[in-house]
Write a protein that binds this ligand. Structure first.
Ligand code: ADP
Length: 537
């Protein structure tokens, strides 16, 4: 007799959507429009409209597996597109408007997007894409000829003119979303996320020791939906029934802080740059905003300096650092203090919290040295971080399957890390940004973090400059904090207190701004060009 086990029920997002509409229908979705007005709607209304939109998209010829691209902000229509396209069995493909025209055209061409849904404020960015998709749907005002693209359809008319469908039965393995890496280390690469991956990712993200999202939360994702699906927050919030507060296109610190205050937001999420801007604004006017409801800001995408952790702590906001990659849908780790460090002195706790975190349930991590041998967790040695789990990509769009995998099936992240005895990763660098000098290497991230701890420094980036004798030497590029002045010798002396003399950059150059990639990371390729240095070998 064969033993009977559980029902082999498919893990599809339609289950999340149906439950959110029925159970959390009255939970609010609050959104700021481009004119600054705040509009209020609900999960029931957004999901009802999503089911209409799904029907309308079918009418436009979108079938199972077809890709629908979006050029939208964090706005209700973007949620509707995410819900409609995944729910109907299509593949949602948010495009990052910060990519240049050539990159956008390459991505849409490679993805084979059938329909583009674009906000009227982003129509300019859509220009190179208009001939590449079958239909263009515009949220907002559709120009009636003349300057406007020919075959555009008004989003509102499309939704209003269709009856709501019931979600079809889908397979958990089928693709649901397509996201491109931001191209920090080369041409953007496309990653397809399956229903199963996104369901498990949402479930795990909501856990208390992951991001911690419950029905009582109000969540403001500053990280855009066009960047790694806003770190999975829309689906995780829909699953948990958390209210969503969407900032639209107004991403300046004052507009964000106004929303965080008035809407009594409990959790927000964004890049370190955004965290720094929020902190500078509340430091400048500590009494202007009431942030007593805000308990946590999730920060990731780039390393989080201690000054940011301590600074937001001073205003009662806990920083939770997370590490992830587009290839992981995107969350891999979250940095909660282990239980045995709960009573440790403040300095030790902060030192832990600037690490990238411990793996989320279902994600496995390991570090390998250059010979391919695994490094023990409590060994302080650094190596390449490798991961595996149910939301780790198995290959890239248009690329060889497994091209970035080890022979035993682990994904090679290209991040260089040490893993401590708690299983917490400390990211030293991306492998191509390490500075190899005289047979040793220097972490550009460590130098940048220490430079940014100097009060006169707002931003810092360290790159490798070719050197005849040593192979490479570090070159620091610094942006001074507003009103502050410093010089290369002062900063070199500051670094000399923490680094050996051979690790301290020979040159420190001052710039007004550091070039950034689409998602705000320092763009070291552009910086090398600016400094007239070729690509590292
Ligand atoms: P891209 O690879 O084009 O930058 P991603 O957004 O997928 O696009 O970036 C993932 C990378 O971002 C990681 O491999 C890592 O190098 C970096 N990263 C993510 N989170 C952190 C973090 N908390 N600290 C430092 N680096 C991070």
């Amino acid at each position: 007799m064969t033993a009977r086990t559980m029902d082999d029920h498919a893990l599809t997002l339609t289950g999340v959507l149906t439950r959110a509409e029925r159970l959390h229908g009255r939970r609010e979705i609050v959104a700021r429009a481009p004119d600054g007005e705040v509009h209020r709607t609900t999960y029931a209304a957004v999901l009802g409209r999503s089911r209409r939109l799904a029907n309308a998209l079918t009418g436009l010829g979108v079938a199972g597996g077809d890709r629908v691209a979006t050029l939208l902000w964090n706005q209700p229509e973007h949620l509707e597109c995410q819900f409609a396209v995944t729910g109907m069995g299509g593949v949602i493909h948010p495009l990052d408007p910060r990519f240049d025209a050539e990159e956008l055209a390459f991505i849409v061409e490679q993805a084979g997007d059938k329909v583009l849904v674009v906000d009227e404020t982003l129509l300019g960015r859509a220009a190179p894409l208009l001939g590449r998709v079958e239909h263009v749907v515009v949220v907002g005002h559709v120009s009636d000829g003349g300057d406007g693209p020919a075959a555009t359809i008004a989003y509102e008319e499309l939704v209003a003119g269709a009856e709501p469908i019931e979600w079809p039965q889908l397979s958990e393995r089928q693709p649901a979303a397509l996201a491109y890496t931001s191209g920090t280390t080369g041409r953007p690469k496309g990653v397809v996320h399956s229903h199963r991956a996104l369901v498990l990712h949402s479930l795990t993200a909501a856990l208390p020791d992951a991001l911690g999202i419950s029905a009582g939360d109000g969540v403001l994702p500053i990280v855009p939906m066009f960047h790694a699906n806003a770190w999975g927050l829309p689906f995780a919030c829909a699953m948990a029934g958390a209210a969503l507060v969407l900032p639209g296109m107004r991403l300046d610190a004052v507009s964000l802080l106004d929303l965080l205050d008035v809407e009594r937001v409990t959790m927000t999420a964004g890049a370190p740059e955004v965290g720094r801007a929020l902190l500078a604004a509340v430091d400048a006017e500590p009494r202007r905003w009431d942030l007593s409801a805000l308990r946590r800001m999730v920060i990731g995408g780039a390393s989080v300096p201690a000054a940011l952790v301590d600074g937001l702590d001073r205003h009662g906001v806990e920083v939770l650092q997370a590490w992830g990659m587009t290839e992981l849908a995107p969350l891999g780790t979250a940095c909660h203090l282990p239980h045995d460090l709960a009573d440790a002195p403040d300095a030790q706790r902060t030192a832990f919290r600037v690490r990238q975190g411990r793996p989320l349930p279902l994600v496995e991590i390991r570090a390998h040295d250059e010979s391919g041998a695994e490094i023990a967790w409590d060994d302080c040695a650094v190596g390449e971080l490798q991961v595996r789990g149910p939301w780790v990509a198995s290959g890239y769009e248009g690329g060889d399957v497994h091209e970035h995998h080890t022979a035993d099936g682990w994904f090679r992240t290209g991040d260089v890390v040490a893993i401590d005895e708690h299983g917490c990763i400390r990211l030293c660098d991306r492998s191509r940004d390490l500075i190899r000098t005289g047979g040793e290497w220097i972490s550009s991230v460590d130098l940048e973090t220490t430079l940014m701890a100097h009060p006169a420094v707002a931003e810092a980036a360290v790159i490798a400059a070719p050197d005849e004798r040593w192979g490479e030497r570090p070159l620091a590029v610094v942006v001074c904090a507003g009103g502050a002045e410093t010089d290369a010798d002062t900063l070199r002396a500051h670094l000399g207190r923490e680094f050996a003399a051979w690790q301290v950059p020979d040159r420190v150059t001052f710039l007004d701004a550091i070039p950034r990639s689409a998602n705000g990371k320092s763009n070291k390729a552009a910086l090398r060009q600016l400094m007239m240095i070729g690509a590292p070998t």
